[in-house]
Design a protein around this ligand. Structure first.
Ligand code: FAD
Ligand code: NAP
Ligand code: SF4
Length: 677
């Protein structure tokens, strides 16, 4: 692979007054660091690494122009001179590495999780606790002034410009769409009035900052909610924003309250790029494609097709700060790919925790999780090449230790080899590819088909043994559990055992839901699901004929009837990820899966699965019962107590604790342990 592999992505873009060194934008992400003044050193370190990695333009997380616009109480705000020193730390770090950075001005409007919320009209959003106050004429004027003040302060702080957030259902988007704007004055009614605030904000900022500042607007091209805009309205707004002084139009897809996913892993790669392409043909300024673009090949293809002038990727820069440098030097196969799981980034943000990344635990912890060269090289054995072991082996080798990685199977990846077989989780294969490549480059000796015993490990003279042997599946003690109808999730996903047309799944955790998706997937539909099919399935009209780009979803054709069961009385799926769980639930509901909570498993026999629910005995006449009832730690290699003089033993990942295990914890534990060895 050579540099010319991605000629479009790596080409500079001349904006007239300044030049971007390539077509890659690191999109805005709320990390949580921007909300506390004492975290700006960490924030600067985070952006510095990304600028050093060669990205053409960085956009900060959303910063509010005033208190009313806060997303969270005391969220990041830029409204006074006192804020400048912190922001200068950020811009200095980026500029020292040869990068460029915009401050995103985000007024949350009715999405603010705080009592001062305002909007176009006093209509609470379905995902908000607080009902907004409708801004009056004076309030609108002071809001515009706040935007202008924020942009001027950003300029003084050294930012190369600002991005105005006018999509994803935030304040300006609320004014733009009838869904949240029922005003009868000059700020509501026809689109010419509804767009007045966004256009006025851009016009007044441009007048205040002068011509040589990048003014990017994130414009909602697909609202994906009822009461959203039509394509004609989207284009009219885009042209007005261009005329008002925007330098670049970024594109946005879906309000936060939309019930159509736009970034989770089951959304096909680059699904929305064609919509950006249609906008690009309507305006004269550069247009940015965005959402679920995570590898340079897709990004370059978007540009080659003429669907955009630039490509924005956000989470891929949490996963790998060196994304661009690797793409540019023919090392795209070394990119640590964002698998769009949301588990450590958006799920953290929504839980008010600092964002990080499942596949890169250093993200947003650059000053805390540091891989220093070891003073003495130790001989380290890592047993188990699942996420925990891969992470430990890679970091230990990077630090200079001599590492041997063992796995009993014929491949690395552990349970990720099973996860990637679930429809919509194909991205998980990228993590295995990344680690495989990294281990090879670091010279880790990988010994497959080696089921290790403690004696074998002791005989080989290692200084340290990292036990990363994962889990064994839990078999519940239900009468008849040995019946031939019963399969484990490994039988189905790993070994491909046939499954009948009527199936009960015991256990509604993450794997139970994944099993449900596997069993209802229509075998006629290719994997990964093509974007056009995915749009029909979810009711997305990329031509945005109806308001918001909604159309009637095409009913699915599940090949099986499925029951998903749990003993708890809570709603099935309540424990899934905050920002992705609803997508899994919606998929199963659409495919007719029956979810039952508060189930008691009585027995399994030739007739099927006998259960009691709500005090009533029932028989599910199923062909198969698939067990997804969790796991228990597998750590037989750990010595009862360490013998003096032998290697030191450590356990990580599933081997350490199976409860609430996920790959985020497994990879982080591997990295943290190896950073200390
Ligand atoms: P494992 O991945 O289990 O790896 C352990 C390895 O040790 C195995 O390769 C095994 O062969 C090897 N081993 C065991 N004993 C020995 C021995 N004596 N000698 C040599 N080798 C040995 N997690 C998420 O975070 N997000 C998800 O979306 C997600 N989806 C999933 C979907 C499915 C269908 C499944 C099955 C899992 C999913 N997980 C998900 C869970 C995730 O894969 C696990 O949390 C993670 O793999 C645990 O990592 P680990 O390294 O501790 O163990
Ligand atoms: P899990 O989330 O712990 O779910 C186990 C399920 O089995 C629960 O529904 C539990 O519910 C049931 N169960 C437990 N003991 C049982 C018993 N003795 N008899 C019958 N049912 C029993 O585990 P998992 O689904 O196996 O997933 C493993 C890990 O992988 C999880 O921790 C998860 O984080 C991760 N994962 C994540 C995702 C994701 O999308 N983020 C996807 C897949 C996996 P009741 O006790 O109520 O019956
Ligand atoms: Fe991507 Fe998951 Fe990392 Fe978020 S946590 S950046 S979605 S890999």
């Amino acid at each position: 692979m050579t540099t010319s592999t991605f000629p479009n992505l790596l080409a500079p873009l001349d904006l007239g007054f300044t030049t971007l060194k390539n077509r890659v934008i690191m999109g805005s992400m709320h990390t949580g660091l921007e909300d506390r003044f004492y975290n700006y050193g960490k924030l600067a370190a985070f952006y510095r690494e990304r600028a050093r990695g060669g990205v053409g333009l960085i956009v900060t997380g959303g910063i509010s122009p005033n208190r009313q616009g806060w997303l969270l109480p005391f969220g990041g705000t830029l409204n006074s001179w006192f804020d400048l020193p912190n922001h200068r730390r950020v811009t200095r770090a980026v500029h020292e590495e040869g990068g460029k950075i915009l401050l995103q001005i985000l007024h949350a409007g009715r999405y603010g999780y705080q009592p001062f919320v305002v909007s176009a009209s006093a209509i609470r959003s379905p995902i908000s606790r607080f009902k907004p106050k409708a801004l009056d004429e004076a309030g609108i004027e002071s809001t515009i002034r706040a935007y202008v003040r924020c942009a001027r302060l950003a300029q003084k702080a050294g930012y190369d410009g600002v991005e105005i957030m006018a999509s994803e259902g935030y304040l300006l988007n609320q004014f733009l769409c009838a869904r949240a704007n029922r005003r009868k004055d000059r700020w509501g009614g026809p689109i010419e009035n509804r767009m007045r605030l966004a256009v006025e904000v851009v016009r007044r900022i441009r007048a205040a900052v002068g011509p040589d500042v990048i003014l990017m607007v994130r414009h909602s091209v697909l609202d994906l909610v009822e009461g959203g805009n039509t394509w004609d309205e989207v284009v009219l707004v885009a042209k007005a924003l261009e005329a008002a002084g925007a330098t670049i139009l970024n594109t946005g897809y879906g309000w936060h309250e939309a019930r159509i996913p736009t970034i989770v892993t089951s959304v096909p790669r680059a699904a929305f790029a064609e919509v950006a392409g249609r906008l690009r043909r309507e305006v004269g300024i550069p247009v940015v494609a965005s959402n679920r673009i995570n590898m340079p090949a897709e990004a370059d293809a978007i540009l080659a097709r003429g669907d955009a002038d630039l490509v924005s990727m956000a989470r891929p820069f949490l996963a790998d700060p060196d994304f661009v440098a690797k793409a540019a030097s023919g090392r795209a196969d070394q990119i640590n790919t964002c698998i769009a799981c949301n588990q450590a980034c958006l799920d953290h943000t929504f839980a008010n925790r600092r964002a990080t990344c499942l596949v890169n635990p250093r993200a947003c912890h650059e000053t805390e999780l540091v891989y220093r060269q070891a003073t003495t090289a130790r001989r380290v054995a890592v047993v188990g090449a699942g996420p925990a072991g891969l992470s430990a082996a890679a970091v230990a080798a990077e630090r200079g230790h001599v590492v041997t990685l063992f796995d009993g199977l014929d491949r690395i990846g552990g349970q990720f080899n099973i996860a990637m077989r679930v429809p919509g989780k194909e991205e998980f294969a990228e993590t295995i590819r990344y680690f495989g490549r990294r281990l090879a480059l670091l010279g880790v000796e990988v010994r497959l088909n080696c089921w290790m015993t403690r004696d074998e490990l002791l005989a080989q003279g290692f200084d340290d043994v990292v036990v990363a042997t994962g889990i064994r599946t839990r078999t519940p003690g239900i009468p008849g559990i040995d019946h031939p109808k019963v399969l484990s999730y490994l039988d189905v996903l790993r070994d491909g055992r046939p499954v009948g047309r009527r199936v009960a799944i015991i256990g509604a955790g993450g794997i139970g839901f994944d099993m449900g998706e596997f069993l209802v997937h229509d075998p006629e539909v290719a994997l990964p699901v093509p974007a056009a099919h995915w749009m029909q399935e979810w009711g997305v009209d990329p031509h945005v004929v109806a308001p918001g780009g909604l159309q009637a979803p095409v009913p699915p054709h599940p090949p099986r009837q499925v029951w998903l069961l749990q003993r708890k009385s809570t709603r099935p799926g309540a424990g899934l990820g905050k920002t992705s769980g609803w997508v899994h639930r919606a998929t199963l509901v659409r495919n007719g899966v029956t979810m039952l909570a508060g189930v008691q498993y009585d027995r399994i026999d030739d007739a099927g699965l006998h259960i009691t629910v709500g005090g009533e005995a029932r028989l599910l006449e199923v062909d198969n019962i698939v067990i997804c009832a969790g796991q228990e730690s597998l750590a037989d290699l750990m010595p009862a107590q360490e013998a003096g003089g032998g290697p030191r033993f450590y356990k990580i990942g599933g081997a350490a604790l199976a409860t609430e295990l996920d790959a985020k914890r497994a990879i982080r534990e591997g990295a943290e342990l190896a950073a200390r060895l």
